[in-house]
Design a protein around this ligand. Structure first.
Ligand code: CTP
Ligand code: MG
Length: 593
């Protein structure tokens, strides 16, 4: 898209030629008539899930194993693409995408298990390893494709990024670069869907109609390299049932209405589709198994989920059970992909929220870069923190950016959620667990152009206006609601109130303390001032967004290093190398000074 926007259509065409066909629909965003086409969340998810179903991740010795692995696998199936990466443990992996799911079944059939250890039970998982050949080495032809080598797990090198930001011509370029260099890349997304698929494989054999879906920043378009992986285990039949129940209620209400008024609206009832599609007409029903005993069934399910993750999911380690929260979760680390994962159960509203954020983020090319800059600034100012606590998190912060973009001077950049709800059709109806209505327009191609991108300001102006907007915001009395697109009255006295767009009675920033909210107010004022000051004069180390996105505690140290002072810095380890074990307080103080 960047190439097309820059008029470099020939480069874009070349890129398209060398892209596996499965990725093309993600790249092509323009109709033949030149009009923009938005790819819906459901389209992307369906495609990524299908991609994961025909992929495996194989641990290998090094990149040099490519020829052998390619040759070995192509004996069984047609390969569509191979991606190499290393995890932080220095282990090498290759993600192989096959042409079809049937192809993958052939490969899986050919897999063997570790026979030597009788305590290890065989597992069915798309994560495999490539054993060294025994006996005479087979000779394979040179692969007909090149190996794509990317960082799937690791984050961008901060010093390199800093140097690149320093070289940018404008602040808008800096914001765009920050986004382009830190956003989740294709391999990062593939690996996240692979972990979801791996967990799904385990539960598929135990539960009917099960799906494991990623949600949150991994899929909503606001994810950066290294972000956590939020997963939800759902029963697809329950999802269908809620939707059907809703449609049945609508039908009933319409029939009642029709009988009352005996009007000409007969056709609108039939348009809703025949009732016999609903699950009420499926005559054979699974026998249920109810959880008995004192604890809540959801908690007990999550306990068994945790147990299975420990026993049956290779790579899943360091499990933590957080079962007393409003939404019980199991946390685990996935060692092959370096991902921190949170798994919850039957919480589809998180997926619908991701769909909403995906749609709003895709409507205008400035939304995601601006949000990245704001999230990065908040991290540098220590407003956000990787550990849960009394501070704001990325999710409400993102909603604050979206709210600002609904209120930009000279016309909105984004529509309100209310507009999306009003424009929803029958195909957009989604009812999540506990009858939560998550219906809003999914296909942004149906949204009239006058509903968005009315303001044409560049990213620099928008970032400055964002800080100015919140410098003047009345946090004391007002709540932020992207549903209404205007500040509404706070229903209680919590310091920061950001309305949950899908459950409007909830405040997504209810954990934020008074002190943290005060710090947020102070930091937005500082940032507005700093950005404005940084636009004038020479391009120094704090130029443009640099002063905002570098962590304050390390800024002094980095400056010292850049001006060639590294010889003055001594490692604490070296300081004590020649010291006897017990050091007096006085010596310690002298040494540190
Ligand atoms: N969520 C929610 N209500 C909250 C918190 C979270 O509905 N109070 C949902 C949102 O859909 C959010 C997702 O849960 O995107 C995951 O939450 P979290 O991991 O905290 O945020 P992310 O958006 O994934 O951002 P990050 O990159 O910081 O993980
Ligand atoms: Mg997350």
């Amino acid at each position: 898209q960047t190439l097309v926007n820059k008029g470099k259509i020939h480069l874009f065409r070349n890129l398209l030629k060398s892209t596996p066909s499965s990725c093309k629909c993600l790249l092509v965003r323009k109709h033949s008539d030149g009009a923009q086409r938005f790819v819906s969340f459901d389209e992307v998810v369906a495609q990524r899930r299908a991609e994961a179903r025909r992929s495996i991740v194989v641990q290998v010795n090094s990149e040099a194993s490519f020829n052998e692995l390619y040759g070995y696998c192509s004996k069984y199936a047609t390969i569509a693409g191979v991606h190499h990466y290393k995890n932080t443990g220095g282990e090498h992996f290759m993600l192989i995408e096959f042409s079809s799911e049937d192809n993958l079944k052939e490969i899986i059939k050919s897999c063997s298990t570790h026979q030597k250890d009788l305590d290890v039970m065989a597992l069915n998982s798309p994560f495999l390893w490539f054993r060294a050949a025994s006996g005479k080495k087979e000779v394979f032809k040179t692969p007909s494709m090149t190996l794509s080598s990317m960082d799937g797990c690791s984050m961008v090198d901060e010093d390199e990024l800093f140097q690149e930001l320093l070289k940018c011509d404008t602040v808008s370029d800096q914001i765009q670069l920050l986004y382009d260099r830190t956003k989740l890349n294709d391999l990062g997304i593939r690996l996240r869907y692979m972990v979801a698929r791996q967990v799904e494989c385990v539960f598929e054999s135990l539960y009917a109609n099960i799906a494991v879906r990623p949600f949150g920043s991994s899929v909503n378009g606001f994810g950066k390299m290294g972000c956590d992986l939020d997963l939800v285990l759902t029963n697809t039949l329950t999802e269908e049932m809620w939707n059907e129940l809703y449609h049945a209620n609508v039908r009933r209400a319409q029939v009642k209405q029709k009988m009352k008024s005996k009007s000409k609206h007969n056709h609108s009832v039939s348009r809703l589709g025949p009732l016999d599609e609903s699950s009420a007409h499926k005559r054979l029903v699974f026998q249920d198994k109810r959880c008995e005993g004192g604890r809540s069934p959801r908690q007990r399910h999550m306990e068994s989920v945790a147990e299975l993750l420990e026993l049956r999911v290779p790579g899943a380690a360091r499990l933590q059970r957080i079962l007393h929260a409003r939404v019980p979760i199991v946390k685990f680390a996935h060692d092959y992909t370096d991902l921190d994962c949170d798994l919850c159960y039957n919480n589809m509203s998180g997926v619908h929220m991701s769909s909403l954020l995906w749609s709003l983020g895709g409507l205008d090319a400035r939304v995601r870069p601006l949000t990245f800059a704001v999230r990065r600034w908040a991290q540098a100012a220590a407003l956000t923190n990787p550990h849960p606590g009394r501070w704001i998190t990325n999710f409400p912060l993102t909603l604050m950016v979206l709210f600002f973009l609904q209120n930009t001077p000279g016309g909105c950049v984004l529509p309100t959620v209310k507009t999306l709800v009003q424009r929803a059709g029958k195909e957009d109806v989604r009812i999540a667990e506990e009858n939560l209505n998550c219906t809003f327009l999914r296909d942004m191609n149906k949204l009239p152009p006058e509903c968005y991108s009315q303001n044409k300001a560049n990213l620099q102006t928008l970032l400055l206006q964002f800080f100015e907007f919140y410098s003047q915001f009345n946090f004391q009395d007002k709540a932020i609601s992207i549903n209404e697109g205007t500040a509404i009255r706070k229903p209680n006295s919590l310091p920061l109130y950001v309305v949950n767009p899908l459950e409007q009675a909830l405040n997504v920033s209810r954990n934020v303390s008074y002190e943290e909210c005060e710090r947020l107010k102070l930091e937005v004022r500082n940032a507005a001032w700093q950005l404005e000051a940084g636009l004038e004069g020479q391009k120094n180390d704090d130029w443009g967004v640099l002063g905002l996105v570098e962590r304050k505690t390390t800024r002094g140290l980095k400056k010292l290093l850049r001006v060639g002072n590294s010889h003055r810095l001594v490692s604490v380890k070296d300081l004590f190398n020649d010291t006897e074990e017990s050091v007096s307080k006085e010596t310690l103080k002298n040494k540190l000074e």
